[in-house]
Write a protein that binds this ligand. Structure first.
Ligand code: KDG
Length: 315
């Protein structure tokens, strides 16, 4: 059984090690990237059993991804090695020290061939949380069906659903995405959205009003991730805000997933809403300090380092 189950596409990631144009790079760093597996790794590092279901190609990059997930303690045994499609690739370049550009080679690749047949109903039904993202909804018709199928299994088994909007303009237009994102958000117990994504789910221009509308005044927790400005959560009539931790940011990609992992781990820890926000901001802060989409995700011991003043050396 797993504490957290997630499904989605994980790609091979080719990262430029330095700032500049990708065309000028003479070497690239190889890793993996996938919002859902980033969350699974984050949860695993915080001591929870996490599993990821997805499709990779029957190729070296697919083996690299599965090996990496195994090493990080993520159960990928329900995943599929697809002999008919290659593993997708994501390029990440830091065009300036503060602007990251991502290029996908993924349409029609193995991850987008995820389909409802790939779902492990027993795994999902026995989990403490199911986590989905809007990326999977935009990947392909079959991946969208898998996401809604997983949500239906979770709801029928009483498994709480976490949904991160994760709008990716390279996959689909806002007009095409709006209905599916809003439909999945309505099914979720925990909704995560960037402040620039709320307009995809509700009509209110104001962030807090929009989050309150989404929360519907019920138990649903609506978390708005604001990057270096921190995060807020609306649950019922309550509104809580948490500033971001002051860290030196190297790579912001993946920070939102690390935040989600910290927040969901705090949910399973039994923390209150303020504690969930605090832990989410802490894990998100760690994530931006190193190059890579999941490499900076902290362990419990790492989180304790935050108690030390800046500039402390522990010997
Ligand atoms: O949140 C980071 C992810 O977006 C990245 O790791 C890869 O899943 C990915 C995507 O679609 O960009």
């Amino acid at each position: 059984m797993s504490d957290l189950v997630t499904i989605g596409e994980t790609m091979a990631l080719l990262m430029a090690p330095d700032v500049g144009r990708m065309r000028d790079m003479t070497s690239l760093r190889l890793s993996a990237a996938g919002s859902e597996s980033n969350v699974a790794i984050g949860m695993s590092r915080l001591g929870y059993r996490a599993s990821w279901t997805g499709r990779v190609g029957d190729d070296e990059l697919g083996e690299m991804i599965l090996g990496l997930l195994r090493r990080e303690g993520v159960d990928a045994s329900s995943s599929v090695v697809d002999p008919s499609a290659q593993t997708a690739i994501m390029l990440k370049e830091r065009r300036t020290a503060d602007v990251v550009r991502v290029t996908y080679y993924r349409r029609g690749f193995a991850g987008s061939r995820l389909n409802p047949e790939d779902l492990d109903e027993v795994l999902i039904g026995g989990a403490r949380l199911l986590h989905l993202t809007g990326i999977t909804l935009g990947l392909s018709t079959s991946a969208r069906a898998a996401a809604f199928g997983a949500a239906e299994i979770a709801r029928s088994c009483g498994v709480p659903l976490s949904f991160d909007v994760n709008y990716r303009a390279a996959l689909w237009s806002k007009e095409a995405a709006r209905a599916d994102l809003a439909e999945m958000a309505k099914l979720a117990d925990f909704v995560f959205a960037g402040e620039d994504e709320l307009d995809l789910l509700c009509d209110h221009p104001d962030m807090v009003t929009g989050a309150r509308e989404l929360s519907g005044g019920g138990a649903r927790e609506v978390v708005v991730k604001q990057g270096s400005a921190g995060a807020l959560v609306v649950v019922g009539d309550a509104l809580l805000e948490e500033p971001a931790l002051p860290v030196r940011a190297i790579d912001p990609v993946g920070a939102g997933d690390a935040f989600v992992a910290g927040y969901l781990a705090a949910v399973l820890d039994g923390a209150d809403t303020a504690g969930r926000l605090r832990q989410g901001c802490a894990t998100g802060a760690f994530a931006v300090t190193v190059l890579g989409d999941w490499e900076g995700a902290p362990s419990r011991a790492d989180l304790e380092l935050l108690a030390h003043q800046s500039g402390t050396t522990i010997r």
